[in-house]
Design a protein around this ligand. Structure first.
Ligand code: DC
Length: 233
């Protein structure tokens, strides 16, 4: 394909955004960027530094060290995927654990954290030929993205997918805990003051509750072919 696109994928937690975004990136030979991983990495940093209390955040601590938090995505050829690095350490596993998941919404509500992440995301976007997933990619980060997709699926299906994923990784977790975490994150994501989760007016909605990844790929291939008149090799 000649024209390099920016594809923005937003939607609720555990909808399969990253699986879908990765599959699109692979097929088009694009770079895949998981913006949620960036907020997770900042959360991990704050947890390690003791900045996250039960009720309160140590805001001076967080803001004072924001400039010391460096996040990169490094391609691992062994698994053909990008992995998240925090200050040169591979944290891909740790950012997916329940501890980070339980606190990430609080950290991603901080206006200065969001500005810094959006700045980094736009820098990566200059490359074009990227698929980025998150909550505000089509609304805030790339309002002019070539293609915007807004994903959704039922809460029970999302909880089951997350449960299977974590269990598959050998993480001992209870289904209700995951379900409650997803519901809580939906509420925080949709109701926060800055960049709340919402569908961009020009985003196409994809409810994948009853779709396989291949079904979703067929759906998006058709759209890309029609919208951009491209032939895939
Ligand atoms: O997609 P995820 O579950 O890994 O995202 C982790 C958290 O980060 C989620 O609670 C919402 C937040 N997030 C965000 O606020 N903006 C983004 N662009 C991506 C994620």
């Amino acid at each position: 394909m000649d024209k390099k696109l920016i594809i923005a994928i937003d939607g609720y937690s555990s909808c399969g955004k990253s699986t879908f975004a990765k599959a699109i990136a692979k097929e088009l030979n694009y770079i895949y960027i998981d913006s949620g991983a960036m907020y997770r990495a900042v959360t991990l940093y704050c947890l390690r530094r003791g900045f996250i209390g039960d009720k309160e955040l140590n805001m001076p601590g967080i803001l004072g060290e924001l400039k010391d938090i460096h996040i990169e995505f490094v391609y691992n050829p062994d698994i053909s995927e990008y992995e998240t690095f925090l200050n040169s350490e591979n944290v891909e596993e740790q950012i997916r654990g329940m501890n980070v998941s339980s606190h990430v919404s609080r950290i991603s509500q901080i206006h200065q954290v969001r500005s810094r992440m959006v700045e980094l995301q736009r820098q990566i976007g200059v490359l074009k030929g990227i698929v980025m997933d998150g909550r505000d990619i089509g609304t805030v980060v790339f309002p002019d993205a070539d293609l915007k997709i807004f994903m959704t699926a039922s809460v029970d299906i999302r909880a089951k997918r997350r449960y299977d994923e974590l269990r598959g990784k050998g993480i001992d977790i209870n289904f209700e805990e995951i379900r409650n975490n997803i519901i809580a994150r939906d509420i925080t994501d949709e109701n926060r003051d800055i960049s709340p989760l919402r569908r961009a007016d020009d985003a196409l909605v994809l409810d994948n509750s009853r779709m396989t990844v291949e079904d979703q790929m067929e759906w998006v291939r058709k759209i890309i072919e029609e919208k951009f008149d491209v032939s895939r090799n």
